[in-house]
Ligand binder design. Sequence first.
Ligand code: N01
Length: 537
Amino acid sequence: MVDKAETEWLDALIVGAGFNGVYQLHRLRQEGFKARIFDAGRELGGIWYWNCYPGARVDSHVPNYEFSIPEVWRDWTWSERFPSWQELRAYFRHVDRKLDISRDVRFNTRVTEARFDAEQDEWLIRAEDGYQVRARFFIPCLGFAAQAYVPDYPGLETFAGPCHHTARWPQHGVDLAGKRVGVIGTGASGVQVIQEAGRVASHTTVFQRTPMLALPMRQRRLDAAEQAKMKQEYPAIFDQRNHGPTSFYDLVPDPRSAMEVSEEERLAVFEDAWQKGGFHFWAGTFADVLYNEASNREAYRFWRYKTRARIKDPALAEKLAPTEPPHPFGAKRPSLEQWYYEVFNQHNTTLVDLREEPIEEITPRGVRTASALHELDVLVLATGFDAGTGGFTRMDVRGVDGRRLRDYWADGVRTHLGYGVPGFPNMLMLYGPQSPTAFCNGPTCAEVQGEWVVDCLRRLRSQGRTRIEATEEAANAWVKHMHDLEEMTLLSRADSWYMGANVPGKRRELLFHPGVRIYLDHCDTCAKNSYEGFRIG
Ligand code: N01
């Protein structure tokens, strides 16, 4: 045990230097708190540090996915409507120059343990390299994708060529040109890699278990003049983004049911969203698409018609855009694509349907399925994440009386508003489970949730209080609220990472709150009622 006197003391230790951690550090410092970030990466960016695979880019269009801080946006210009990971990294460097974030970040620092000291009302937080701090508040900003999921394939370690999970891609890159590239997984990461491999690989083999219901991105170049003009509207745009119904400034669904309008009108709304691209067709058509089965079928029918028109081979078209939906449309997060379906029209692309021929083993030469050995030079694992909870449960987090977070959540996630956990005082999570996270644009959540936490800490300080802890009753009520939402929507009908259903053995439950506005109203009410549901001491 390191002598307490030698251990650095902070008001708040933030874990993670993505959008949430960076915003939190900036605001806490502004309010006079002594705060620092620990991050396992070598530079700012969070998810954009780790996910540097070919084609990685954000699925939220400019200017949704950036801070609303004027000194940051005023002299930053994007080159594309959906920026690449390279440009997002450059953006974080710009943020750093403007807000001087890095001086309070300890990089290359993976937090492995956090223990609550009930006598002092503070956390003792330790990193892999032994470095430790004491902090009154422990603020994990881990993001939903801190823990990659790699299936347990026999022989995986024997593959002779480069083999990487998309979220652990080598920082120096991997050359796919002229190679036989295999990609397992057709989620957002898989779709992006497959598009890039399709351009340069000698052969691309796609191992698909469930077809991705991908939407047209409608990427385009942006120029400075266009953005300069748009910036006149930025204050209003960011206000709408942070306080509107969907966390995107321009995604406002039609409140009518898709079934109560004429077919002509319905198709017009669908077509308009389709042409706008991005998430418009997912979250910007009719409000009931995600909970009314009939409306959802109509959205799927439209999607299938549009998609099949792009695939030449009818048998492939049935695999990629089946007659019967594999799950309700949008119940899994749709990926945005640019030329994904055209890759399958190329003579050098093979689609392997894992429902017909499952993977049996990985050999030094490639992937052996039930019917063939697919020979490969490079193997890409685009197999997703132990989303929401994986980043938390891999750390050894212990609250009052040594209670372990991973044990406490073994029978299901329990939080109050996604911020606090009973038995874990002064741990305030941002962008974690049971908050909107996966259904909320990242920078929006960083700011609106971030402000809630900053305000909470400020009020505790002004009252001379040193402890805040979610109550069991409040967590029970929040768990019930999450279950009610699960029942109301079609989300539970897909085996998705939203439901924890993508990781074998993980409990199946809705991990993220699908209604940003409803969620924020709950947060406001809680704060107005002196942090109802939290015990303050
Ligand atoms: O992960 P996923 P992802 N055998 O879980 C398959 C964000 N993101 O990294 O659908 C065979 O969606 C699995 O199959 P199935 C974004 O929010 C954003 O792609 O479970 N296959 C699926 O096809 C996104 O939604 C961007 O049947 C297996 C794939 O692997 C989230 O991150 C870019 C398998 C995993 O898809 C996650 O996306 C990238 C197995 N044992 C990511 N296990 C942007 O564009 C899993 N699969 C911003």
